[in-house]
Ligand binder design. Structure first.
Ligand code: TRP
Length: 327
């Protein structure tokens, strides 16, 4: 049997380069060989402040980004998480075998608590349990996501192990599928590229001018430090992006300029903007085709959704039976 793969991205507007390199590239690499389900996890979206009026539009944008990036409905299933309510049902069952204290200790939970001190809701604490249910609902084994998700993967494995121990062998222990762009730094110089931090990201639908503008705003230094390219900070981040998008010799040229204290960051940013835009152009063209054909997109979603429902119900029935309910 082919290995089962599951991954999802929250519906917070359009995808950015961090999502693309950290998750979507992994999805693309896996769809040819494995049994894949790729989701827009809109139930996870609502754990932080959001606008119900634009939620469905955000979901649609990500589906379009997925299709534009090359996720192929002939090879994989595309899921909208909230349309498969079995996620929530399984999450509840799984929540009963997992300690609250472990959830309170997770770095993602602590970060969100600090970010939204007035919005510390149960859903936020429950987030990793729902995420475990996402993958386990399809008995997923491989999860292409960024490195920041590793703590959540650990929770997922603990839950699978515990469930198997208590109720009998049921779930595989999922592992993360790593990509080269698993950590894409923020343009602002601090942390990772994130949709919730203004000035940190470039979206997949940005035109060249916008990409240039966003890069222009990224902080640098005087360019007279010399030495090897730093490991952390603003300049390090720009070089990390260079590495992901330009060829080796171009990268080396700018690294040498840095060392020789004659780097011109505006030149480097121009080169980087062009390279990013070049990679995004075919995606943007494909996206246009899909957005002009909403019926086709609806059909894709409908047939995927049916298949997901059937598979999900089978696993929920198995879990219910093992836990002492009638299936
Ligand atoms: N927590 C993930 C993120 O923020 C999103 C997510 C939710 C997910 N459920 C998932 C990723 C299941 C992979 C598998 O990126």
């Amino acid at each position: 049997m082919r290995k089962r793969v599951y991954s999802g991205i929250r519906a917070t507007g359009r995808l950015h380069l961090g999502n693309y390199l950290g998750a979507v590239k992994g999805m693309l690499a896996l769809q040819d060989e494995y049994d894949c389900i790729f989701s827009v996890v809109d139930l996870h979206t609502i754990t932080v402040p959001y606008d119900p009026k634009t939620l469905q539009q955000s979901v649609r944008e990500i589906i379009l980004d997925y299709l534009a990036a090359g996720l192929d409905p002939k090879k994989c299933l595309l899921e909208i998480q909230s349309r498969v309510p079995q996620h929530m049902e399984l999450a509840y069952y799984l929540s009963t075998i997992y300690p609250v204290s472990r959830l309170e200790d997770l770095p993602t939970y602590k970060e969100k608590k600090a970010q939204y001190p007035k919005y510390v809701n149960m859903g936020l604490l429950y987030y990793p349990v729902l995420m475990a249910a996402d993958v386990l609902l399809y008995k997923g084994e491989l999860v292409p996501v960024g490195i920041d998700q590793e703590p959540h993967l650990e929770v997922m494995r603990e839950i699978a192990r515990k469930f198997n121990g208590v109720y009998g062998e049921t779930f595989p222990e999922p592992t993360r599928f790593k990509t080269t762009g698993e950590y894409v730094p923020s343009l602002s110089g601090v942390g990772k590229m994130s949709k919730s931090v203004e000035g940190s990201y470039i979206t997949l639908t940005d035109d060249l001018e916008t990409i240039r503008k966003r890069l222009a705003a990224a902080p640098t230094d005087s360019g007279t430090e010399g030495g090897s390219v730093p490991e952390t900070g603003n300049v390090a981040n720009l070089f990390k992006l260079m590495k992901l998008f330009v060829d080796d010799s171009t990268y080396k040229k700018f690294a040498q300029d840095y060392q020789d204290k004659k780097i011109r960051y505006s030149d480097m940013k121009d080169v980087l903007a062009d390279a990013i835009f070049q990679e995004l152009t075919p995606l943007q063209e494909k996206r246009k085709e899909f957005s002009q054909n909403p019926k086709l997109v609806d059909e894709i979603l409908e047939s995927s959704n049916q298949e997901c429902h059937e598979r999900a119900q089978e696993v929920v029935n198995e879990v219910r039976e093992k836990m002492g309910f009638s299936s």
